[in-house]
Ligand binder design. Structure first.
Ligand code: SAM
Length: 281
C-alpha cells in the first residue's frame, strides 16, 4: 500500500505491468507519491475542477491528482503498456478517471471535459513545449483552461519566466507572459525521477489572465517574435526584414529603436509592433 491511497507502490506497478522506461517516449517516471501529491496541490484547488493530464505513464501524478480531490481526470497516454496500470486506478476511483490511449498532439480533449479545467503534465521536453505553445496561442482568449501545471527541464522553465535583457528571454517568455502569469513553483533534482534524466527539472504554474496584458493578434505577434528571435544577435531592422520593406517604420511607430535587438524589447513593445504590422493601430 502507498502513502496516499490503497493502491500498490509505483515500483510494484511498473514491475507487474512491465513498464520499463523507454527513452524514445521520454519516460522518466516520478515514483514518490508524496511528491506527486505535492505537485497536484501546486495545481490549486482541484475539488471542483476537471484535470487534463498528458502523459500519465504508470500513474504517479494521476494518483496524486485524484488523491488531492480532482473532480475528474482525463489522462492521455501514448504508450499502450501503461493502460492496464491506469485501469487499476480507474477502478479505485470509479467514474473519476478516463484514459485515452493516443498521442496528445492529435487528440482534442474538449469533448471529454467540463469547465473549469486545469492541465497538469510531466511530459517529454519537445512534446511539452509544443503543447504549451498551442495552449498559449489560441485565436480567442480566455482559453479552455484556467491553469497549467507543467514539468520542464529547468532551463526551459527559466525561458518561460525570463525577463528582457537576459539570455533566456525569447518567444516562450513573451507568449507565456502575454496572456498568462507563469511562475516556477518547484525545483526537482534528476534523482527525483526513474531513470534520472541528465538535467534538473522544474514545475511551472501558469494562470490564464482574463485578457491579454496588451492587445495584439496572436498569429501576428507569434510571427514578429519568431522572426526577431530567430536572429537574436542582429538589430531588429535586419532581423525583421522578411516582414516587409516598411518594417523600420513599424518599429518606430511601435516606439522601438530599429537598432535594438529582440532581447531588449519588452512585451509591450512587441505587442505594439504586432499591431502596427497588422495595421490595427
Ligand atoms: N506522468 C508520469 C510521471 O510523472 O511519472 C510519466 C512522465 S514521463 C516524463 C512522460 C510520459 O508521457 C510517458 O509516459 C510517455 O509515454 C508519455 N508521452 C510521450 N509522448 C506523448 C504524447 N505525444 N502523447 C501522450 N503521451 C506521451
Amino acid at each position: 500500500m502507498s502513502s496516499i491511497d490503497d493502491l500498490p507502490p509505483l515500483r510494484d506497478v511498473i514491475a507487474t505491468h512491465g513498464i520499463a522506461a523507454k527513452k524514445a517516449l521520454g519516460q522518466n517516471f516520478l515514483l514518490d507519491l508524496n511528491l506527486t501529491a505535492k505537485i497536484a496541490r501546486l495545481a490549486g484547488d482541484l475539488s471542483g475542477a476537471d484535470v487534463l493530464e498528458v502523459g500519465p505513464g504508470p500513474g504517479g501524478l494521476t494518483r496524486g491528482l485524484l488523491a488531492e480531490g480532482a473532480r475528474k481526470v482525463l489522462a492521455i497516454e501514448k504508450d499502450p503498456r501503461c493502460m492496464a496500470a491506469l485501469a487499476e486506478i480507474s477502478a479505485r476511483y470509479p467514474g473519476q478517471l478516463e484514459v485515452i490511449n493516443g498521442d496528445a498532439l492529435e487528440i482534442d480533449p474538449l469533448a471529454h471535459l467540463t469547465a473549469p479545467i486545469k492541465i497538469a503534465a510531466n511530459l517529454p521536453y519537445n512534446v511539452g513545449t509544443e503543447l504549451l505553445v498551442r495552449w498559449l496561442t489560441p485565436k480567442d482568449w480566455p482559453p479552455f483552461w484556467d491553469s497549467l501545471t507543467l514539468m520542464f527541464q529547468r532551463e526551459v522553465a527559466q525561458r518561460i519566466v525570463a525577463q528582457p535583457g537576459t539570455k533566456a528571454y525569447g518567444r516562450l517568455a513573451l507568449l507565456a507572459q502575454w496572456r498568462a502569469d507563469p511562475r516556477i513553483v518547484l525545483d526537482l533534482p534528476p534523482e527525483a525521477f526513474s531513470p534520472p534524466p541528465k538535467v534538473s527539472s522544474a514545475v511551472v504554474h501558469l494562470t490564464a489572465l482574463p485578457a491579454p496584458r496588451f492587445p495584439a493578434d496572436p498569429a501576428v505577434l507569434n510571427k514578429v517574435v519568431a522572426a526577431g528571435f530567430n536572429q537574436r544577435r542582429k538589430m531588429l531592422r535586419s532581423a525583421l526584414k522578411s516582414l516587409g520593406p516598411d518594417i523600420e517604420d513599424h518599429l518606430v511607430a511601435a516606439g522601438i529603436k530599429p537598432t535594438e535587438r529582440a532581447e531588449q524589447v519588452p512585451l509591450e513593445g512587441f505587442c505594439a509592433l504586432a499591431r502596427s504590422v497588422a495595421g490595427t493601430t
